[in-house]
Write a protein that binds this ligand. Sequence first.
Ligand code: COA
Length: 596
Amino acid sequence: LYHFEDGLPKLPVPPLQQTLDMYLKCMSHLIPEEQFKKTKAIVEKFGAPGGMGEFLQKKLVERSEHKANWVYDYWLEDMYLSNRLALPVNSSPVMVFPKQNFTSHSDTLRFAAHLISGVLEYKSLIDGRALPVDYARGQLAGTPLCMDQYNKVFTSYRLPGAKMDTLVAQKSTVMPEPEHIIVACKNQFFVLDVVINFRRLNEKDLYTQLERIRKMADIEEERLPPIGLLTSDDRTQWAEARSVLIKDSTNRDSLDMIERCLCLVCLDEPSGTELTDTNRALLMLHGGGMDKNGGNRWYDKPMQFVIGADGCCGVVCEHSPFEGIVLVQCSEYLLRYMRGSPSKLVRAASMSELPAPRRLRWKCSPDIQAFLTASADKLQRLVKNLDMNVNKFTGYGKEFIKKQKMSPDAYIQVALQFTFYRCHGRLVPTYESASIRRFQEGRVDNIRSSTPEALAFVKAMANSSKITDAEKMELLWTAIKAQTNYTILAITGMAIDNHLLGLREIAKELKLEKPELFSDTTYATSIHFILSTSQVPTTEEMFCCYGPVVPNGYGACYNPQTDHIIFCLSSFRDSAETSSDLFVKTLEGCLKEMQH
Ligand code: COA
């Protein structure tokens, strides 16, 4: 079924002049006039015939000839692996499942066993290359999409490094592989073998093993320190702690088991908080800190299924191997699996003679204790700092927008610009993820939504009394067309961010002096994404969210539905400039004004 893959086109390298012109257009209205003049001169020099730009472009084209995807490595390092920030909140998106009603521990474990069965089914579809190929929807619908990201869901691991992390891919030749899952419970980690004697465990066996794990986790005398907290720290710090940890062979063995597992299942304790949408999003993003479930995680692993005894469930995802859309597909498969194949656990646990799950052991030197204290403190600060607001806008949904013959995504982006302008009196460089999976090994590029046309529209709306409704309508159309055109550029591989990154990185690779274009303040401003947005639509009742990418920014994830839109806004409390509540409240008003 993946036969399309080899036939997918390669990502093109956009023409140099087109990117440079677009760069100037994107920044002209976002920086002071004097600065723009300076930048324009730098860009012109870079793009002049026989100049540095032409040379680097030629090298980039050569690179594209012998790589499946010329930007993939550069992008992965820039976007994720060289980013030193802690994974929770700053990098790992989460999917929040509908709240469950568990009445007992057995209920929770039954849910977990059912979910793990679904995970194993899904994994066998991936392994057998039997997942149906995804096709593009919306703009330029119908083309097949690259399925490469799915292969990494249960096989990769983000290893922390002193300067840069590594995305490790496991490849096993043993068939069927002796696979295992790590179950986290009360900050302890247990190995749950899911294939024993070449047989995959059924749901009943899984339940039996989970009960045993639960009982082992309850024995207070055997509890070990919450080592998982180390993975919530910034990457350099965790790399340092890990280098101390692996000096001991017991720790090395435990780390090895975690790094090679399929995924984690985190059995969380009740959080003691009211499970509103916002609170569930917060709990999923950071576990509530060390005194809640913050240590019951291992952030380097791509998939952590969280099952809270209080019914707070979802998935925490390490972002470097795949995009949110893959997370959605996997989560939706699991929810449908659990609904469509009723739990096979009618009565009590199985009586089978399965070997007992193993608790992972840790030897904690005083150095490691000190690392743990520091990691716990930092996580606590992150917990206090995150300002989240999940809001279901019920005024209308994408149907109303489609009826106006407008692209819902473009419309929502313009609404976000309008809101930002109303809150802050200006527009800022904005990131909207655009899938480039139409191409081999395609990940994403950026739609720069703060277009000059959006600025003209939001200014007109802000000065409402002086401008007629017809003029505003005209400006809205122009803004939506500009946004839609940029979207089409991006999904066809013609956006500017990956291209500029490629030019910058190839200069570095060739050990050339950094071109002035990239040391110019305008360039730094252009990639400081105060507004970081993403559409993550779902067909099941759930939502995705993530944190801001800069200290003074907002993360804005939205999920357009037929008659409503879910918005998940995040920001940091220690920034005096931002407020998620204010943003959401203003957005409601802006969406209503736009409808009017
Ligand atoms: N009139 C009427 N209907 C229109 C329209 C118009 N002018 N323009 C679009 N529509 C319809 C589309 O046909 C589509 O219909 P469907 O719901 O039946 O499929 C729907 O409106 C949505 O289209 P649109 O709002 O234009 O957006 P899109 O689905 O093309 O999405 C992106 C745009 C950029 C979000 C998408 O291309 C993309 O890249 N998504 C991936 C983002 C991502 O990676 N997120 C995760 C990051 S971790």
